[in-house]
Design a binder for this molecule. Structure first.
Ligand SMILES: C[C@@H](C(=O)O)C(=O)SCCNC(=O)CCNC(=O)[C@H](O)C(C)(C)COP(=O)(O)OP(=O)(O)OC[C@H]1O[C@@H](n2cnc3c(N)ncnc32)[C@H](O)[C@@H]1OP(=O)(O)O
Length: 185
């Protein structure tokens, strides 16, 4: 009888180790991380210190077919602080900025025949999110490194953007479907 109990315990032990080591391997390899209520944050601590750094979200741009209506929505209906309309012919857009405290919205409307947002509005008749703009501390270094990484930059040189600072745009097909603007902080 004692022999039976010994054999049973060994079998149980093998079973458990097999089960838990299997679980450990799955957890280490394929399982997405599950967020727990711990104080550690979810950003990698091992980011190599490069020549340039990504900063704050400067704005989210929304292309709109009717600028006055969009301005009125944010100002009169939603109660935000909204700027005057500014024409930026070198970018082919009219812009209105909506102040949100932690970031801004940029309402965009086409200006001129060759506006880069005309075809976007043809595909998205009621308007839609056009791009996000993130600040960088060194736009030239960013360009050099991104070119090496085969990310398409949509102009040879930075242009002066809506805030009077150099900006570049990265092709949406190289950024998971989102047009990304980088602005010198
Ligand atoms: C003042 C300044 C500032 O904030 O400082 C601004 O805002 S200036 C804001 C306006 N300036 C810019 O947008 C400058 C950078 N943009 C560009 O160079 C262009 O608009 C491109 C992004 C390259 C799109 O060029 P274009 O309209 O000629 O090409 P396309 O219509 O054939 O589009 C090629 C593919 O990209 C997609 N695509 C086009 N625009 C997109 C967008 N905004 N977000 C995500 N995907 C987009 C199309 O659906 C299409 O995908 P499928 O092939 O799958 O259908």
């Amino acid at each position: 009888k004692e022999k039976d109990i010994g054999t049973f315990s060994k079998a149980l032990y093998r079973c458990c180790s097999f089960f838990f080591s299997g679980l450990l391997i799955r957890w280490q390899t394929s399982a997405p991380r599950v967020r727990t209520l711990s104080s550690s944050n979810s950003f990698s601590q091992n980011i190599p210190s490069g020549l340039w750094k990504l900063g704050r979200l400067n704005h989210v741009a929304i292309a709109v077919p009717d600028l006055e209506k969009a301005q009125s929505l944010y100002k009169d209906v939603l109660g935000a602080q909204v700027s005057e309309t500014v024409a930026l012919p070198e970018h082919g857009v009219y812009t209105v900025f909506v102040e949100l405290g932690n970031t801004k919205l940029e309402l965009l409307h086409p200006l001129g025949d060759r506006s880069p947002i005309a075809s976007f509005l043809q595909k998205n008749k009621t308007g839609g999110m056009h791009h996000i703009c993130i600040e960088v501390d060194d736009i030239k270094a960013a360009m050099t490194e991104l070119k090496k990484k085969k990310i398409r930059i949509l102009s040879e040189e930075p242009k002066i953007g809506a805030h009077g600072k150099p900006v570049i745009f990265l092709h949406p097909k190289d950024c998971h479907g989102v047009l990304v603007e980088l602005e010198q902080a």
